[in-house]
Design a protein around this ligand. Structure first.
Ligand SMILES: Nc1ncnc2c1ncn2[C@@H]1O[C@H](COP(=O)(O)OP(=O)(O)OP(=O)(O)O)[C@@H](O)[C@H]1O
Ligand SMILES: Nc1nc2c(c(=O)[nH]1)N=C(CO)CN2
Length: 192
């Protein structure tokens, strides 16, 4: 048996296409019909082949957040969710899908940390790591974001965010710090 018999051929695929990965997305909106923006984004994400739905978090209403020291322009609260799927697509391909959806939904986001109709981040892509600014994995700011960790902990508390720890443990103090309110009156349709 040669090495190529044992190892999947990844050379033509950027290394990831033949292997199934669990991917975690964060979706947020604070302009327009926020729930509809998120529902449309979920529907469009799964319309094209290559993603299998695993779970979606409850909907949370969250105060706008910017890292300490960054100016936060005045803006309304967000709705945020976390979405989990399985995929055999390469991460670059998935990012392209995400960016196309943001563009096709005429995303408005004029200033850094400003309001936007739709934001989709790839939080985690299996165990893939990357420090490429075009696609950094895991997402470099996920560990400090209540709007990511609190919804995520509702559906995957035992998952590890590499370098930071268990999602449930990271979310605990942020949940009690406030600024994140679970909106059980708002529901999303799961992809077919
Ligand atoms: N893990 C990732 N998920 C989504 N986009 C990413 C990721 N890593 C890098 N990017 C790049 O970030 C760019 C989008 O940045 P954007 O201006 O939307 O940032 P932001 O949403 O304001 O802030 P943040 O990235 O902190 O959520 C995209 O062009 C994309 O190439
Ligand atoms: N509450 C909240 N704050 C944010 C959000 C978001 O989705 N929700 N997205 C940001 C840029 O990714 C910056 N700040």
């Amino acid at each position: 048996m040669t090495a190529s018999d044992r190892m999947p051929d990844r050379t033509a695929t950027g290394g990831h296409m033949l292997v199934q990965h669990r991917v975690v997305f964060s979706l947020g909106s604070n302009l327009g019909d926020r729930l509809e923006n998120i529902q449309d984004a979920i529907d469009t994400l799964f319309d094209a082949p290559g993603l299998t739905f695993v779970a979606v978090s409850p909907v949370y209403e969250t105060a706008p957040f910017a890292p300490p020291g960054e100016e936060l322009p005045a803006q309304g609260d967000y709705l945020n969710i976390v979405l989990v799927a399985d995929t055999r697509l390469p991460p670059e391909n998935l990012l392209e899908r995400v960016l196309n959806i943001e563009n096709s939904m005429r995303r408005v986001r004029e200033v850094r940390w400003g309001p936007r109709t739709l934001d989709i981040d790839i939080v985690l892509f299996g165990d893939v790591t990357s420090d490429d600014p075009h696609l950094t994995l895991p997402h470099p700011r996920a560990h400090e974001r209540a709007f990511v960790l609190v919804p995520w902990a509702d559906i995957e508390p035992d998952v590890l965010l590499p370098g930071h720890g268990r999602v449930g443990d990271l979310a605990g103090p942020l949940r009690t710090a406030g600024g994140v309110t679970r909106r059980d009156d708002l529901t999303l349709q799961h992809p077919a």
